[in-house]
Design a protein around this ligand. Structure first.
Ligand SMILES: [Fe+2]
Length: 281
């Protein structure tokens, strides 16, 4: 499946619902603030949107959202970037989970038979079904966070490839995990993986910045777990405030052309999300 045809993780209704929770504004309060009828807000959250551009502009202003991105979502035209050049191959492993999909990623030198794995998806069978035939083994496994749809079969994968443990965020309850904290780096062949501690969706959450320092050109990959998706952000179940703080910190710390590989939905770039993501007004 082309990246451009991968569905977004969140529709307009999901984004409004997350933003209202974040702002502590129930439907009636938002309606009173914006003049948009409660019924229209309710229908939008219920995936039956009938909001005009003027409605969306008022909602974006009241919720502190990026108006252009919100309107693009509202008309089903959220922009995704062209594939950016990376000095290695990325294999997105998209696995069905409930009504959506969860992503794991393999990163490898193009043509190589070994790589590094980020998250394991909802289960070992789903992972095996998506596994590229070219990759015979992995040198390391990294976990963004310990929610079920990202850790299925984790310890089986660790054992299968004879690894000592999976690298995990501090505080993650994972039986076969080894903590990797903020700024810690690991090197495998020509890959460098840096952990960025990003609590928000859950209290123990890492993003990983993957680069190939010896490559003469090409950017980096940010494996973002449930911090950010194309057109949306994670649910902030641990802390909306911390999620927002770490999101801005991470996006400002990496080059704009960095490719984002999120835990759900299509690939995107830092540049694209800074321009359009509703939560990055
Ligand atoms: Fe998730």
């Amino acid at each position: 499946m082309s990246n451009l045809t991968v569905p977004l993780e969140d529709e307009l209704g999901d984004v409004l619902e997350k933003a209202m929770r974040q702002a502590g504004l129930p439907e009636e309060a938002l309606a009173a603030l914006t003049g948009v009828p409660t019924a229209k807000i309710h229908d939008a959250i219920d995936y039956r949107p009938d909001l005009s551009s003027a409605d969306l502009q008022r909602l974006a202003a009241a919720l502190g959202l990026n108006e252009i991105g919100l309107c693009a979502l509202g008309c089903g035209q959220y922009p995704l970037p062209e594939a950016a050049a990376l000095p290695f191959c990325v294999y997105p492993l998209r696995m069905r989970h409930g009504i959506g999909f969860a992503n794991a990623y393999l990163v490898a030198d193009c043509g190589s038979s070994h790589g590094i794995l980020f998250d394991t998806g909802p289960g070992i069978d789903a992972l095996a079904a998506e596994w590229p035939a070219a990759i015979k083994t992995v040198d390391a496994v990294f976990l963004t966070h310990a929610e079920r749809e990202h850790t299925g079969g984790l310890c089986e994968v660790v054992a299968r490839f004879g690894l000592p443990a999976a690298f995990c965020p501090a505080g993650a309850r994972v039986p076969c995990g080894q903590t990797m904290g903020e700024g810690e780096r690991k090197n495998f062949d020509r890959f460098e993986v840096t952990a960025l501690s990003t609590p928000g969706q859950v209290s123990a959450h890492n993003c990983y910045l993957v680069s190939a320092p010896s490559a003469r050109a090409g950017g980096s990959l940010l494996v973002s777990g449930d911090l950010i998706f194309a057109g949306s952000v994670g649910g902030g179940y641990f802390s909306h405030r911390e999620l927002a703080t770490h999101l801005r910190r991470v996006l400002q710390a990496v080059p704009p052309r960095t490719v984002i590989a999120p835990g759900h939905g299509p690939l995107t770039t830092v540049e694209n999300e800074l321009r359009y993501n509703p939560f990055l007004a």
